[in-house]
Write a protein that binds this ligand. Sequence first.
Ligand SMILES: [Zn+2]
Length: 457
Amino acid sequence: MLRHAIPCFLLAGALGSMGCSSAGAEASRARAASTEHAIAITHVTLIDPASGPRPDVTIVMVGHRITAVGPSASTPVPEHAQVHDETGHFAVPGFWDAHVHLTQMGMDSMPLFVANGVTSVRDMGSTFGDIVLWKQAWSTGQPAPRVFAPGPKIDGKGELWGDNWLVTTPDGARRAVDDLAAYGVDFIKVHAGLSRPVYDALADESRKKGLSFAGHVDEDYPAAWAAKSGQRTIEHGSSMVPCSDTVRAQLRADPKLVPLLKWVCASSNDDVMPELARAGAWLTPTLVSWRGKTMLLKEAPSLEGYRYVSAALEKRWLGDGEETAPQPIEREVLAQFGPLAANAHRAGVHLLVGTDIGDPYVVPGFGLHDEMQLFVEAGIPPLVALRSATLEAARALGADATTGSIEVGKSADVVLLDADPLANIRNTRRIGAVVQNGRWFDRAALTALLEPLTRRK
Ligand SMILES: [Zn+2]
C-alpha cells in the first residue's frame, strides 16, 4: 500500500469535510454572507420526502439556507425577496445521485447535474485531485453539486490506481483507513476482492476513526456479513439475486456468461433482506447501470440526454472490446435487480437512487431520472423513489440535519416541477426551475447550462 502524500494546501478551501481547516473557507463564507439574497416560492405543492404532499406552501430561502416553510396564508415573505408564484407546480428537495464516479465522468460534464436538479452527489471512488476540484466548484458558487466523497476506493485484487488503492493485508487496511481519515474523506469505500481479515480490519479501523464505510459486497463479505459489520450501504445488489439451478446451469455452460454467476447470483438463496433491514443498511441497486450492460451503442440515441454525453465518457462506455448483443439469458438475469430492489423495499430496507456514472449508457444527470423511473417500474411507490433520491441519501451520509428535505435550517436546494411526480414519476424530468445552494436557475438558465455540451442534434 503506497502512502499518498496530499499536501494540506491542496485540500484547503476544498471544503466539505475533505481537507484541513482553512482560512480561505472562512473568507468565502464571509463573502457569501455579505451578498445574501432572499428567494420566496409561494403557493407551491411541497412534496415532503418523508410524509408526502402539502398544498399551498411558501418556502423562503435566505443566502444558502431555507429560513421558512409553511402555509402560504401565514408565512411572511421578506420585503426584499425575489418572489416566484408557483401555483400549480410542485417543489421537491434537490436530488442526490448516490453513486457517481466524478473522475470517470469528467468535469466538462458538470452542468448536467444542476440542469437535472441534482444538487448533491455521493462519489464512490475518484482521485483526490478531482474531488478537490469538484468540491471547490461547489464552494465557489459554480453550478456544481455538493460532493460527499471517500477519495480512492479500497480494493483487494485490482491494481493500485489513482481512484483505487490496493490493500492486501489487515495492517495495510488499517493504514489505508488512517491515511484516508487524515485526508479528511467523508467515508470509506469498500471495493471488491478483499479477504475477510482485511475487510474486518477495515471495518474495525473505520469505526475507531469515526468514519462510516460503504460499498461492494464479495464472496468473503456477503451482504448479511457486511450489514452486520456496520457497512452503511450496499452497492449494486451484486451477488444478491436468487438464481434457480436452471439459470445457474445456463450461465455455467457459456464461458462468456460465467462471470454473471458471481456478479449477479447469490451464493445461497436465503433471504438476506430482513438482516439488512435490521442492521439499518441501505441498498443502492444502480438499476440504470445494470440496464446499460444489456445495451448497444445503436440504442444509445433512445437515452434522454445522450446528445450531451462527452466524447471521453462515450469512449469509456465502449472500452476496447467489441460490443456483442446480449443473450436472452443475460437479459433475463440482469433484469432481476428491479425485483431485488422492490423486494428489499418490502422487507423494510431503505434504498438509495444511484446511477454509477462511468458505467456504459449511464447519462450523467438524466440517468438519475431513469433510475427513479426504474424503481417505480419495479413496483416501488413514487414517494419512496423520491425519498431514496433525497432524504435517504442525506441520512445514509449522516447529513440529514442540513440537507435532504425542504425544512427550516437546511440548505437551499429545491427543484420545481411543472407536474406531479407522485402521479407519474416521469414528471421529475419536467423541471421548471432549480435552486442550487441558494442560487435560482429558471428554465432558460438550465437550458443555457446544457447548450455548450450539445454534441448531436
Ligand atoms: Zn461504482
